[in-house]
Design a protein around this ligand. Structure first.
Ligand SMILES: Cc1cc2nc3c(=O)[nH]c(=O)nc-3n(C[C@H](O)[C@H](O)[C@H](O)COP(=O)(O)O)c2cc1C
Length: 178
């Protein structure tokens, strides 16, 4: 049985919804899975899993501090263990998925891709294969203007049940690559 872990940080619930939809899709595919918030994930050994999924909202096109801190502390741990190697040789069967929710009020998805790419590098550096970077639009809770007049239009209510159903299906399909 393949094993996966989902580590996420979410302030207003959008990323949390995506995390649980990914969990549902992987579970549908028979993957054994745990879901953890950043504060519970300090001791996770990425190498215990076939797939590590990391999710967060875009904050000023970066991962928010709790996620950035976790990624960096894991990186330092991996460096101490000698896992950061020149050329970053690929380790067969070790995979990552990055998911980033965003509202894109000013420049759209470009506000999220730098955060996703940045997070992905922590996995590429230890030889994991990043199977996907999923960028999911979410309402900017507490900011009406950004949720209705931004680059992405009216994004109230996003991610919708339909969006989440698609994510679940995409996660099920992703499991075929493990
Ligand atoms: C402090 C703060 C900064 C944000 N910065 C950005 C940003 O730079 N670009 C963007 O697209 N969305 C930005 N957002 C919107 C969130 O990324 C978006 O609403 C996200 O889906 C929230 O996820 P959550 O509900 O899991 O906390 C920001 C939200 C907050 C609260």
């Amino acid at each position: 049985m393949k094993r996966a872990v989902i580590i996420f940080w979410s302030k207003t619930g959008n990323t949390e919804k995506v995390a649980y939809s990914i969990r549902d899709g992987l579970e549908d595919a028979g993957v054994e899975i745990s879901v953890l918030r950043t504060e519970e994930a300090g001791d996770v050994d990425y190498f215990d899993y076939d797939l590590v999924c990391v999710g967060f909202p875009s904050y000023f096109w970066h991962p928010p501090k709790p996620m950035a801190d976790l990624l960096k502390s894991k990186f330092n741990e991996h460096r101490r263990e000698g896992r950061i190697r020149p050329g970053a040789p690929k380790i067969l069967g070790k995979n990552a998925l990055i998911f980033c929710t965003y509202s894109g009020p000013h420049t759209g998805i470009d506000e999220a891709t730098p955060a996703g790419k940045y997070a992905g590098q922590f996995f590429e550096h230890i030889g994991f294969t990043v199977l996907g970077e999923w960028y999911v639009l979410g309402e900017f809770h507490g900011n009406e203007e950004a949720s209705t007049e931004g680059r992405m239009g009216d994004i109230r209510g996003k991610p919708t049940e339909g969006d989440l159903g698609k994510i679940r299906e995409d996660a099920r399909k992703l499991s075929e690559k493990l």
